[in-house]
Every structure is written in structure tokens, then in C-alpha cells.
Design a binder for this molecule. Structure first.
Ligand code: ZN
Length: 202
């Protein structure tokens, strides 16, 4: 089961032309690649805790789209623990795990819907890209994440401000571990759920 980790923005930079050609990314789009793969290699496995077993498993091209539909490509790195087989996917901090829209786009739309009760249509007269249907879907998923009941907009805003922006919306088979250190008390050691958590590097 993969674990998602979020890296600092500084680890990613615009990729050189060779990589762009290799991955067939159009000239008009930005392509981000990690500057130095060693800078994001986790020093220990988040699942079993084994140190120095993380090997590069795959470079995978994914894309991320902003509020106005501008597409950015990212070469994300997947590491694998050769001890227990867990894979860890490291995404840059502007991306949102499991979503095509970036973290900023999702939090902007959600924040607006929570505050006003309406979906976001335009910013400064410029139409935004996520459809009303998708924004409502995010809102439903977000409310589901809070739990049942009827939270007020203040409660929802407070909840949102406490979440890592890259994982405001999590599928239900993911578990948040925003602040857990990689010790034997880390919940990822006790079940096979997918996990969204910050990157732990040396
Ligand atoms: Zn492991």
C-alpha cells in the first residue's frame, strides 16, 4: 500500500530539456523534477521502521492543474522499502495527493463554499476551471472527512486550517499522520492503511 509524503517546494525545480523530451511533455507546460533525489530519499521506512532500505522504485509522470486549468507536469519519485515492500510516493507541496487539481485550487474552492455557501465561479472576472459539480463533490468529501453531524461553517473552517493543504481531501482508506514521528507508536505500523504524512528526511 502506498504512503504519500509531501516534500518542500525547494526539492523540486524545472526539469532540463532532455527530461522534457524523454517524457514527451509539451513545450507550453511546466515540468518539475526533483533537484537531487537523495534530498527526498526517506531515511527510514514509515511502515516497518527499517533504516537505509529505501530504494528508488519508479519515476512517474503525473500532472497537476491550477484553478484556471493551467497544467503542470511533475516527475514524482516512488521509493520502496526492500525490507517490507511498502512504497512511498513523494509529491511536491503544491500538489494534492490523489487529485488532479492542486492544493491551492482545492482549498480556495472549499474555503469559498464554506464561507459563502456558493460554488466559486470567477476570480477577478476570470472563470475558474473546476465545475460546480466537482466543487460540490469536494465539499461532500470534505464534510465526510470531518465526520457525521452538521458542522457550522466556523467548525469547517477551523478543521480545514488544521489540515495539511496537500491532503485536505483524503479517500477513506487513507489515514492522516501529520505529526507522528517514525517510532514504534506510529499507527502505520499497526495496519495496512494508506497514509498521508510529511516527508521525513535526514
Ligand atoms: Zn519497510
Amino acid at each position: 500500500m502506498p504512503i504519500y509524503c509531501v516534500s518542500e517546494n525547494t526539492f523540486y525545480q524545472e526539469a532540463p530539456a532532455e527530461l522534457r523530451t524523454f517524457y514527451g511533455v509539451p513545450e507550453t507546460a511546466i515540468l518539475y523534477a526533483v533537484k537531487d533525489v537523495e534530498s527526498i530519499r526517506p531515511f527510514a521506512c514509515h511502515k516497518c521502521g527499517a533504516r537505509h532500505y529505501m530504494v528508488i522504485h519508479q519515476y512517474r509522470l503525473r500532472y497537476s492543474q491550477n484553478l484556471f486549468g493551467m497544467v503542470t507536469y511533475i516527475i514524482v519519485v516512488r521509493f520502496k522499502c526492500t525490507y517490507c515492500g511498502t512504497t512511498i510516493t513523494v509529491i511536491p507541496c503544491f500538489a494534492h495527493c490523489n487529485h488532479v487539481y492542486d492544493a491551492q485550487a482545492i482549498s480556495t474552492c472549499l474555503g469559498y463554499l464554506i464561507a459563502t455557501g456558493h460554488v466559486l465561479r470567477k476570480i477577478d472576472g476570470v472563470p475558474v476551471c473546476p465545475s460546480w459539480w466537482l466543487q460540490q463533490r469536494w465539499y461532500k468529501d470534505f464534510r465526510y472527512g470531518i465526520g457525521f453531524g452538521n458542522p457550522s461553517s466556523e467548525e469547517m473552517s477551523r478543521y480545514m486550517s488544521h489540515q495539511r493543504r496537500q491532503s485536505v481531501l483524503l479517500h477513506k482508506n487513507y489515514v492522516r499522520m501529520e505529526a507522528y514521528p517514525p517510532t514504534e507508536r506510529n499507527p502505520s505500523l499497526h495496519h495496512g492503511l494508506r497514509v498521508a504524512m510529511p516527508l521525513l528526511v535526514k
